[in-house]
Design a protein around this ligand. Structure first.
Ligand SMILES: [Zn+2]
Ligand SMILES: [Zn+2]
Length: 135
């Protein structure tokens, strides 16, 4: 019975994450969004930890002092994509596959390193943030 209960909660969490793929979400935000669906905050934390261990979720500690954020990259459209994450605005982008191939080829050639594209996030500053004028 407890495992069935967890499965239902996990489904609710996964469905929410799938609708918010690539967004930076805190456990509390996810918990609040799922409040109406009878998903406890402890279930959210437990499932996030499991999903992180399975590689479907990335913990993002670049928020600087804020609570840890999670990014769901297990969505269908994320599969095999190399992710670029902006440290300023927190948005995530998919690197186009030609660029990702080039990067993977370069790493393989120069470092003898086989890059796992679907499991990789590069951190930096996005185009919008680089050229944005100060407030
Ligand atoms: Zn993605
Ligand atoms: Zn940005």
């Amino acid at each position: 019975m407890p495992s069935k209960y967890m499965t239902r909660q996990r489904r609710a969490i996964l469905s929410y994450l799938g609708r918010h793929a690539d967004e930076l979400l805190s456990a509390r935000e996810i918990g609040e969004a799922l409040q109406g669906q009878d998903v406890s905050l402890s279930a959210v934390y437990r499932n996030l930890a499991e999903l992180e261990a399975e590689g479907a979720l990335l913990r993002d500690s670049h928020g600087g002092g804020r609570e840890a954020g999670y990014r769901y990259i297990g969505a269908e459209r994320c599969r095999g994509c190399l992710h670029l994450s902006c440290k300023k605005c927190g948005r995530t982008f998919h690197m186009d596959s030609a660029g990702a191939e080039l990067l993977a080829d370069t790493l393989a050639r120069l470092e003898g390193f086989a890059l796992d594209k679907g499991d990789t996030v590069l951190y930096g500053t996005c185009e919008d943030c680089r050229y944005a004028r100060g407030p």
